[in-house]
Design a protein around this ligand. Sequence first.
Ligand code: NZQ
Ligand code: ZN
Length: 395
Amino acid sequence: MNSFQYAGMPDVIFGEGALKTALDARLPKVGQNVLLAYGGGSIKKNGIYDAVMELLSAHGKTVTGFSGIMANPTYAKVQEGAALVRENHIDFILAVGGGSVIDSCKIVSAQAKMEQDIWKSEFTDHVYPTAFVPFGAVVTVSGTGAEMNGGAVITNEETKQKNGMGGAMADFVILDPSYTLSVPMRQAISGAFDTLSHCMETYFGKPSATNVSDEMNEAVMQNVIRNIRAMIRDPRDVAVRSELMWDSSMAENGILKIGKQTDFQNHMIEHQLGAYTDCNHGQGLAVIHPAVYRHLAEDNTAKFCRFAEKVFHLSKDGRTDLEFALAGIKALEDFIREIGLPTTLTELKANMRPGSVDPTDETILRKVADTCVITPGCARQMSRDEIFEILKECI
Ligand code: NZQ
Ligand code: ZN
């Protein structure tokens, strides 16, 4: 177990009807001017926007809308939000959406309090924000776990970088699993796979010797796998959505990371694939994970064997350690196929909007390999040529 400090998580209000209970208790304590941030309009179709507006108006708030936050949010969009906060003297930000809306608000909240450009501050000067406009999050699609940490993933379209940034931590988080019932099934599955990915990126980090965080992680991974299958069988089951929603938060609230150095090499490759192609985050991860893990099987064999046994319930049956490790990775790939996620970049391309940048184009893949972060927590630091080979194997 590595040394650790664990502190400062947001208040979480979980369950059907949580919105009213939570906002009635908290809105009297925040300022008059509220920025209501949301995405491309799903909340107007499923009634969440009306429910939020009703409560904001019942508490007499002056509301400024910040709409149109896109999946894979851009740095330009974040700057638009920060300008709105300044112009309208915003006291409190309410993010209503998924990872994209919540991440945007983390940076809007910080940028609005800073004179200097936050991208330059973080990536050139290595100075991180310390003052924030208070914000709360209402989660409408689960998977990223973005609501329970202060990290934000933002795409700078000019520099073609999709980077993790330091931003605000929400003061409170509202998790109503029934809100996720209207999420299209493909997005719900890719979000849940993102949760599984976060678990694996933590589990296969360092040290590889199993600690209590890893044993808890095994429970969460099994829960995610079981409940993705259950969600596909019965998309209306709120109990299943509850499990997946809390799994999502658990994977990114730091508890499973206690005493670990996380890996996140798959994420770093996917983020650059996203920067160049704007592909869906969970779908990109689904393609990348098995290929990366086949390359790492010899470097972390014992942990992959444990994963095969504890998470996919395989038995060794006379196989060598390496064969068993690879069987676990194959079980992961079979699961990805079973739940309808892409297992190749060609399949990923088929799911993308016409006119999108081609994720099977080798010149793009070379750029992805050349620009992604190489993580210290990975079982082995791979060369850029090896990452390019992995991406070509994914075609
Ligand atoms: O934009 P609207 O119209 O709201 O539609 C959204 C969007 O198209 C839709 N949606 C959301 N709630 C819905 C709904 N549709 C119907 N009913 C509802 N209740 O879902 C689509 C996807 O939303 P988005 O927020 O983009 O998805 P997600 O939560 O997967 O977030 C993805 C972003 O989070 C980043 C990803 O890289 C990506 O940019 N991540 C953030 C992390 C973090 N901060 O900890 C960790 C992750 O690894 C990840 O990188
Ligand atoms: Zn993720």
